[in-house]
Design a protein around this ligand. Structure first.
Ligand SMILES: Nc1ncnc2c1ncn2[C@@H]1O[C@H](COP(=O)(O)OP(=O)(O)OP(=O)(O)O)[C@@H](O)[C@H]1O
Length: 260
């Protein structure tokens, strides 16, 4: 008998119309369960970031409802550390060391100095940077900065990690190495991850589920369960089949070609 799954995020009939008149999302319905690694895959401008921002309580639905752990995301963000957000840019404070950047969210929550350091060491070890505590962001490569950013997000032990194209600016080797580490972290921390990408290979490599979005206004074009064990082999034929499936679904959603 399977374990009972708990709903982490729900979009119910969500529309988002910006005050410029842009319809970013239309009738988005989606339920995300605890422990899932779900990717939003879609063309540029289809509303992926808009959807993520709503989950983070940074933007509100024009119509419909977004809930996280059954609550309004704005309230949840205000009252808990349950949600953390990692952006494409690492957003580190240049005048703070690696350690001081990572402890920042804990500092803001008022936890004591020893606890902060202990937690920071743990998460920096997880991302392979425990020897860089005293370095400044300018002394790090792009991949290392992103690792610090991920460590900072993990420091508050979030139950839900939101990631908006975090590896988009990195070279392919660095991207692949961070993808592997992220999967290890996901397994270790038992967190739920909502990941935005427009890279089909990245979505198939990482996700337990892929939400393919259609071109603007963004709707859910299809939901793909990626039934492959981890770690995944990028040259395996089953992997390639999922890449084909997701690519065709994307193409279909752009109305360029009908599904065969
Ligand atoms: N604050 C805003 N005000 C007005 N329009 C906006 C705002 N934010 C986003 N949009 C518009 O809403 C649409 C969806 O944007 P969004 O950033 O969510 O797409 P996306 O799928 O994440 O794109 P990309 O992959 O290029 O980052 C776009 O047409 C964008 O121009």
């Amino acid at each position: 008998m399977g374990a009972i799954q708990k709903e982490v995020v729900s979009f119910k009939g969500v529309d988002k119309i910006y005050n410029t008149g842009t319809v970013a999302l239309s009738q988005l319905d989606l339920s995300i369960q605890e422990g899932e690694f779900i990717s939003f895959l879609g063309p540029s401008g289809c509303g992926k970031s808009t959807a993520l921002r709503m989950v983070a309580g940074l933007s509100e639905a024009t119509k419909g409802k977004v809930e996280v752990f059954g609550q309004n995301p704005k309230d949840l963000i205000r009252n808990s550390n349950d949600i953390a957000y990692v952006f494409q840019d690492s957003n580190l404070l240049p005048w703070r060391t690696v350690l001081d950047n990572v402890v920042l969210p804990l500092e803001l929550r008022g936890s004591n100095k020893n606890t902060r350091k202990e937690i920071a060491m743990r998460v920096l070890e997880m991302v392979g940077l425990k020897d860089y505590l005293k370095s400044y962001p300018r002394q790090l490569s792009g991949g290392m900065k992103m690792r610090v950013s991920i460590a900072r997000a993990l420091a508050a032990k979030p139950k839900l990690l939101l990631m908006d194209e975090p590896f988009a600016a990195l070279d392919e080797m660095t991207r692949q190495s961070l993808q592997m580490d992220l999967l290890d972290i996901w397994k270790k921390e038992h967190t739920t991850i909502l990941f935005v990408t427009h890279n089909v290979y990245e979505a198939v490599y990482l996700s337990s589920k892929i939400a393919v979005m259609s071109a603007r206004p963004g709707r859910l074009a299809s939901l793909i369960d990626v039934d492959l064990s981890y770690p995944r082999d990028r040259v395996n034929s089953a992997f390639t089949e999922y890449v084909d499936l997701a690519s065709r679904s994307l193409e279909h959603s752009l109305n360029r070609k009908e599904l065969v």
